[in-house]
Design a protein around this ligand. Structure first.
Ligand SMILES: [Fe+2]
Length: 306
């Protein structure tokens, strides 16, 4: 469907854009001015391109209002919206430029919480969350291959039913922890074999996915956030090789380099730390992490003052 407009109509629409853009000229914060003026240009371009109806604009306002109403300390509908639009992954891409063999980043997601418990190397981060035990180990290195000791490694994941602890009704903490890499850069812990789960889809974002025939499912994954002084913070996941949803992750988070083998082991097979598996099968995965230097280390000249 095409809609042609007269030169007079086009001029009126263009004049409005210029007036609104000019209204931000007085902003004392240069970056804020750039952001607001570009936002206005792109928003108006969208409205004009689709010839947005007033009914559609009201529906959009109602959608955002619902997203606000369902959002609280434990439910963040706007992050979900950003995720399913691919906006979160685009922001990740823009802010994590490829550097040597540094590990790729992916979406942060809405389920991280500060102050997760500290565990020692080899301890269990499940804290009673249900699921199949998984031994996860690897190293943290820089892009020259030097080990990074003392890197803070945050890990969090859903239980076998697809729920994070923040979705439990009893407020307990489970399936999340932080640990530190050892002197040789190594780390290891017990977690759960990740399983696929749907993003919360009982709100406006779920209704939108339903309306367009998209699945809310996320490919099975285990979240990592790795920080060390002098290095770029890495926010990423590892994905389970063979998961059905690798090709259609609802938030576009999958990257080939982050798909890892979770090797299956029979219950009788000895575990790396001698732990008793109580007759249950278990898995193991390896994830070697490479951190890029912090931005001011990549471009030392930017530290110089003019
Ligand atoms: Fe997740």
């Amino acid at each position: 469907m095409t809609h042609t407009i007269s030169a007079e109509q086009s001029a009126r629409e263009q004049e409005l854009i210029e007036t609104v853009v000019a209204s931000f000229e007085g902003a004392t914060d240069d970056r804020l001015r750039v952001l607001m003026q570009a936002l206005v240009r792109h928003l108006h371009a969208f409205i004009r391109e689709v010839r947005l109806t007033e009914e559609e604009w009201n529906a959009a306002i109602a959608f955002l209002t619902q997203a606000g109403h369902i959002t609280d300390d434990r439910r963040q509908e706007f992050i979900l919206l950003s995720d399913v639009l691919g906006a979160s992954m685009q922001v990740v891409a823009v802010n994590n430029e490829a550097y040597g063999d540094a590990t790729e980043a992916t979406v942060f997601g809405p389920f991280f919480v500060n102050d997760a418990p500290l565990i020692a190397s080899g301890e269990d981060m499940a804290f009673g969350a249900t699921g199949e035990a998984a031994w996860v180990e690897g190293t943290v290195h820089d892009t020259d291959g030097n080990p990074i000791p003392g890197a803070r490694i945050e890990v969090w994941e859903a239980d076998e039913d697809g729920f994070y602890d923040v979705q439990y009704t009893d407020g307990r903490t489970a399936a999340r922890a932080h640990l530190f890499s050892e002197a040789d850069g190594g780390y290891r812990f017990w977690g759960l074999t990740p399983t696929p789960y749907p993003i919360p889809h009982d709100g406006p974002v779920g209704a939108m996915l339903e309306a367009v025939g998209r699945s809310p499912m996320r490919a099975s994954h285990l979240h990592f956030m790795v920080t060390a002084p002098g290095f770029r913070t890495l926010v990423t996941h590892i994905f389970v090789n063979g998961c059905d949803y690798l090709e259609r992750d609802s938030v576009f988070g999958v990257k080939e380099s982050l798909i890892k083998e979770f090797t299956r082991h029979a219950a009788a097979e000895p575990t790396p730390d001698g732990r008793d598996t109580a007759g249950a099968e278990w898995t193991s995965a390896r994830f070697d992490i490479v951190l890029a230097p912090a931005a001011d280390e990549q471009h030392p000249e930017s530290k110089e003052t003019p």
